[in-house]
Design a protein around this ligand. Structure first.
Ligand SMILES: *[C@@H]1O[C@H](CO)[C@@H](O)[C@H](O)[C@H]1NC(C)=O
Length: 227
């Protein structure tokens, strides 16, 4: 072979293996085919659903159960869910994760998130850490948005664009050790905003010198009386 033939041969072999790798990646995402909305995600790594850098995912599966398929083995195995750098996700709906009973770590970071519906994370009894960060379209926490997460230890809401925390956002979310709300343009904290957080160890609202809070309604920290 001439030198050019050799170079061409190497290039050809190399690009072929890249094409092969890509198609294998698409075929073997290992997420159950029933969940069409996860077609751009991978479930390859043990116990993780990874939707990072997906440009097509707009919502989570309507249900994690099916009458025709037994998905228990899959749903119970999932410990971690990553939604990172996914601009097409704009809302987390009520009970979106119901059925992923063993979920421990959930990250929703740098997405197009605008709305967290009431009770979005309800029934996640094993949830240990919830990270909702760098979502620049998230400007308010609606009532009950983070309610009923009974055993969670750390909730990070760092670096979103949250201006308003409405009343009873965290109702029945009992076991938070650290709640981090730093780096948000917080303006209004309504009455009973933190009601229900019975065992908060550390609550970070903002870090000096940027503390833009304008209004803290009476009883905003009502939960303190339980501590
Ligand atoms: C579904 O699968 C799980 C685990 O394999 C099993 O324990 C359970 O009995 C199955 N349920 C039904 C309804 O077949």
């Amino acid at each position: 072979m001439t030198r050019y033939q050799i170079i061409f041969f190497i290039l050809f072999t190399f690009s072929n293996s890249i094409i092969q790798l890509q198609s294998e990646h698409l075929k073997n995402n290992n997420c159950p085919h029933l969940f069409k909305t996860l077609s751009d995600c991978t479930c390859v790594q043990t116990n993780t659903i990874d939707c990072s850098y997906s440009t097509t995912i707009t919502h989570l599966p309507r249900s994690w159960t099916s009458t025709n398929h037994n998905l228990t083995l899959f749903t119970q195995s999932i410990l971690r869910f990553d939604l990172l750098h996914t601009p097409s996700i704009t809302s987390i709906k009520t009970n979106d994760f119901q059925g992923l009973y063993n979920l421990r770590d959930l990250s929703i970071i740098n997405t197009g998130l605008i709305t967290i519906q009431p009770h979005a994370f309800r029934h996640l009894h094993r949830l240990h850490e919830l990270r909702i960060e760098l979502n620049r379209n998230l400007i308010e926490l609606k009532s009950f948005a983070l309610s009923d997460i009974e055993y969670v230890h750390r909730i990070s809401l760092k670096s979103n664009s949250i201006r308003v925390i409405h009343t009873e956002v965290f109702r029945n979310t009992h076991f938070v050790d650290i709640l981090d709300l730093s780096d948000n343009p917080l303006e209004i904290i309504e009455s009973y905003a933190f009601n229900g957080l019975k065992s908060v160890g550390t609550l970070i609202l903002c870090l000096l010198p940027t503390c833009p809070i304008k209004q803290i309604d009476s009883f905003a920290f009502f939960w303190i009386s339980y501590m």
